[in-house]
Design a protein around this ligand. Sequence first.
Ligand code: ZN
Length: 111
Amino acid sequence: MPFCPNCKLEFEVSVKNCSDCGTELVTSLHEKIILDEDNFILLTVCTEMYEAEFIKANLESADINAFILSKQDRNYPFLGTIKIFVKKEDKNSARDYLENIIKQSPSTEEE
Ligand SMILES: [Zn+2]
């Protein structure tokens, strides 16, 4: 069943893009993306959701589809890891872009 990684909605098999946000649908939101190494690679791992959303938004502004997989432990939310996947074909541009995003990141530890 196709799945929108953005809205977390399921669609008919014939649907290719989310009717809500236009995002390209994935087969499954969960571990299948990780296992689908023919198409997706792990770009980076974050510990904070806002960080992951920031990277995703930046990648998407560069026409790179990014998928966030969040696995947080309910009892220990701070131990969760948030993985960002990109399509294999976008790997190199996504990595270049990621370096720039990190350099430009406005979040400073000391303020
Ligand atoms: Zn959507």
